[in-house]
Design a protein around this ligand. Structure first.
Ligand code: PBG
Length: 331
């Protein structure tokens, strides 16, 4: 059957009909908001390459947390920028590390807010790699890194983290963390694995923000080659076998095919990380008056959900929540 029997435009005739047949809906509970915490006091510094995203010292974080909760955002992911870095990233697993202190504070201020801890070493190592480097070799030592990662996860859980999100792409990292959490009585804490994380140029602004650019080499010996798709299935399958509770794909926009593949293959909740440069590119174009920020941002997030994710880590979470409140999504 086709035209004139079939007229697809019938279902686009009015706003009411369009709303009735809309297949993908954005809701504030889809969003996870990233937070950057720093040492010091009275600091709320905008990250130059990420307009409207800030570094917060803990003494000024409470207002931000209140605003997040009032906007209806249900979860945040915490990134720490320590003052002291060393080859083994000690501040990552110190009980009084910046992330651990931030988690304790946030849980005190907003017990209902789900606090996700990014579990990685790169912000905490002086060389900027995500694990232990032997003799200056950028081929990070996988098995020497696992215990430190596990220790980091346990200290974050002790601080009150609701979910552990390991992002360093070592082989076996989910299993090592699951095991350590269980041994320490945190068997109820879920793991949101950055299962499929590409060695991407889209992390540039984040690395400025987190001061985590590798001092030598790059991350291609542990993060994935952007050219590969089948390998993403192996990464995801390994993490599922090791006990992951959520799977993540990162970045998002250049990898919507990967999101769809994982959605079709796995039943776990699926997360997209809409990363820093994806955010900054939209902001930059909007600041130049080249695009409509609101419409482009909404369309971008719809695209990720339509591709199959349940949740999106996004720097636009607060703005989107405000637009949602104004009813701006049901055009
Ligand atoms: C840490 C980490 C990175 C991001 C999140 N966690 C950077 C990296 O792997 O270099 C990037 C997030 C973003 O770009 O928004 N491993």
């Amino acid at each position: 059957m086709s035209f004139p029997i079939q007229r697809n435009r019938r279902l686009r005739k009015s706003g009411a009909i369009r709303a009735m047949v809309r297949e993908t809906v954005l809701s504030v509970s889809d969003f996870i908001y990233p937070l950057f915490v720093v040492e010091g006091s009275n600091r709320k510094d905008e990250i130059s390459s990420m307009p409207d995203v800030f570094h917060f010292s803990l003494d000024v974080l409470q207002t931000e947390i209140q605003e997040i909760v009032e906007l209806g955002i249900r979860s945040v992911i915490v990134f720490g920028v320590p003052n002291d870095k060393d080859p083994h990233g000690h501040e990552a697993y110190h009980n009084k590390g910046i992330v651990q202190r931030a988690i304790r504070q946030i849980k005190q201020w907003a017990p209902e807010l789900c606090v996700i801890a990014d579990t990685c070493l790169c912000q905490f190592t002086d060389h900027g790699h995500c694990g232990i480097v032997q003799d200056g070799d950028a081929f990070v030592d996988n098995d020497a890194t696992l215990p430190l990662l596990a220790q980091t996860a346990v200290s974050q859980a002790k601080a009150g983290a609701d979910i552990i999100a390991p992002s360093n792409m070592m082989d076996g990292f989910v299993g090592a963390i699951r095991n350590a959490l269980d041994i320490h009585g945190f068997e109820h804490i879920p793991i949101m694995s950055y299962a499929v994380k590409y060695a991407s140029a889209f992390y540039g602004p984040f690395r400025d923000a987190a001061h985590s650019t590798p001092q030598f080499g790059d991350r291609r010996t542990y993060q994935m080659d952007p050219a590969n798709a089948r390998e993403a299935l192996r990464e995801a399958q390994n993490d599922v076998d090791e006990g992951a509770d959520f799977l993540m794909v990162k970045p998002a926009l250049a990898y919507l095919d990967i999101i769809r593949m994982l959605r079709d293959r796995f039943d776990l909740p699926l997360v997209a990380y809409h990363v820093s440069a994806e955010y900054s590119m939209i902001k930059a174009a909007a600041q130049n008056g080249w695009i409509n920020e609101k419409l482009v941002t909404i369309e971008t997030h719809l695209g990720m959900k339509r591709a199959g994710v349940d949740l999106i880590i996004t720097y636009s979470a607060k703005t989107m929540a405000k637009w949602l409140r104004e009813g701006g999504f049901s055009q």
